[in-house]
Ligand binder design. Structure first.
Ligand code: GAR
Length: 199
């Protein structure tokens, strides 16, 4: 199975996924990274880890649709079976989502459907939640929405500050995302409307 990762930033989830493949835990091939930000640190990680890297910058496209058409073209030419969003901070157009229906995964640093969007860890922390966590889900047309694959919570004890919480969330992400990708690659995920069955 051929995988592509889309990312915009730091890339710690990208590295966790590449390492899981390199260690043989996920029996698939990461064919490329697509990044939309020229200065993103994830691009350095790709070069270091020997993953083909493709920079596609939105400023060269007239519309979101044109941009996504370019991405879909690249993904098709690489024969990609699964698209993995790892800190990819753009909203996919319906065209993109339909092109890879139930073949796009996303990770989100909160227990969806709460705290969708950006800065979720801080927003959960600031609102005094007793629990937060991580969600991995299939992507549909709405933002941070779509059938949930895995979810794990973290208790927010009063002695835990924001920095520590962020570290714990990321550590959990690096465990959950490779696990969810492995489930997909091993064909163990069955989607029925909003529900995902692990078989
Ligand atoms: C991760 O925490 C991921 O959950 C979040 O971006 C971060 C990327 O970190 N994604 C979202 O908030 C999506 N709504 P990374 O670049 O180190 O992998």
């Amino acid at each position: 199975m051929n995988l592509a990762i889309l990312a915009s930033g730091r890339g710690s989830n990208f590295t966790a996924l590449v390492k899981a493949v390199q260690k043989g835990r996920i029996k698939a091939r990461i064919k490329l990274l697509i990044c939309d930000k020229s200065k993103a640190f994830v691009r350095k990680r790709a070069r270091k880890l020997g993953i083909k890297e493709c920079l596609v910058e939105p400023k060269y496209f007239k519309s979101r649709l044109d941009f996504d058409k370019k991405l879909v073209k690249i993904l098709r030419s690489e024969k990609i079976d699964l698209v993995i969003l790892a800190g990819y901070m753009r909203i996919l157009t319906p065209y993109f989502v339909k092109s890879f229906k139930n073949k796009i995964l996303n990770i989100h640093p909160a227990i969806l459907p709460d705290f969708k969007g950006a800065n979720s860890i801080k927003r959960a922390f600031d609102c005094g939640c007793k629990l937060t966590g991580v969600t991995v889900h299939f992507v549909d047309e709405k933002v941070d929405h779509g059938p949930i694959i895995l979810q794990e919570s973290i208790a927010l004890k009063k002695e835990v500050g924001l920095v520590k919480l962020e570290q714990r969330i990321h550590k959990l992400e690096h465990k959950l995302y490779p696990l969810a990708v492995k489930l997909f690659v091993d064909k163990r995920l069955k989607v029925k409307k909003r529900k995902v069955e692990i078989i």
